[in-house]
Design a protein around this ligand. Sequence first.
Ligand code: G6P
Ligand code: MN
Length: 448
Amino acid sequence: MKLTILGGGGFRVPLVYGALLGDRAEGRVTGVTLYDLDAGRLSAIARVLAEQAAGHPDAPAVTVTTDMDEALRGADFVFSAIRVGGLEGRAADEQVALAKGVLGQETVGAGGIAYGLRTLPVVDHIARRVAALAPDAWFINFTNPAGLVTEAMSRHLGDRVIGICDSPVGLGRRVARALGATRPQDAWIDYVGLNHLGWLRGLHIDGRDQLPRLLADRELLGSFEEGKLFGPEWIQSLGAVPNEYLHYYYYNREAVKAYREAQQTRGAFLRDQQARFYDCMRDPAAPALRTWDDTRAEREATYMSENREAAGAGERDEASLSESGGYEKVALALMRAIARDERATLILNVRNRTALRILDEDAVIEVPCLVDGNGAHPVTVSPLPGHAAGLVCAIKAVEREVLAAAASGSRPAAIKAFALHPLIDSVEVARRLVDEYREVHPGLAYLT
Ligand code: G6P
Ligand code: MN
């Protein structure tokens, strides 16, 4: 099996490679091609992978290239984890929005729209190249905003593109652990929504929904990340456990305030942190794997720290840290289920079909899927309550406006996308956002 990674010089590639190293089974990945625009980043990451492979005589062979077409030819699986505009761009997305008093986050609100508008023309091109050069490959999308990007690519690749995210899996694991489940992987998780906008409404073990037991116990509710973030009382009121990204909606005012007061935004922090890592890798004597791992640990420990601070949730605990970073596990589980035709149940971003009746069949949603050699098949889930259905429909409508603006290159269309987002409170603000994002991002010059 050949796996191609787009964004192969990206910081989280060693996580994926580490997961592959642990896979001994028949039909495993034997060759990995890393593609990136930046040769320096590629060689830094290749050094980390080489150190990881030491002591594994049958480690997947790694090749690197800056030619995307070459990388795509012959691929069985393509992973995409690119960041259009880099972390510099992410920091600018945050800064412009926060200066107007609205949220600037990588995937939610104004920041997510700006990032989406920059990313869509690029992933549209990639999808066309994949359709032409590797039409039988399965395309696994990690690129954020993952739901929007997956939907854009599905217009060319149909159901061969599947979006992944680790936050629903992490949520399921944390809830299962709080409930004392001995085999959390065996639980049936009733979860649905859009990427970074979903709710866990049930967790079934031995044929029984265990969630009511959690909802009835404030102490248990306060014992895990989401419980601390949202507060036991709010989770009880909802009767469901929200994805952590819903903190940006339910506590928007507090999150915006915390982000504005923070010394640095998340994007600026990661920009500087990763610049140090890649700089350090220029020294041939630097210990690649150890430097990478220290950087990774610091990144994970500070994940959503402003939100936790706003909620008074304290530091991330050890158990939650060890449960995070599961995205490479989701990716590997997905590849194994497809490559070996081994049935698995995974929460993925796929076209809705008839799973969620409030949306049309082509809308990409995040939902439990049965996966086998024929791909990912979404299961029908119970309906969302009105408040959640309203939010899902509003955000899907915004995503569609973003797709339309990227296709037409029209400024009024982009303004419409921003202005219709529930976290952007004025059309005037939307206009100013579009103008300022155009000024700071060369990748948005197409909006006229
Ligand atoms: C979670 C999200 C991902 C995101 C990651 C890293 O796992 O689901 O979509 O890429 O966190 O976030 P960070 O702020 O460290 O870039
Ligand atoms: Mn995600």
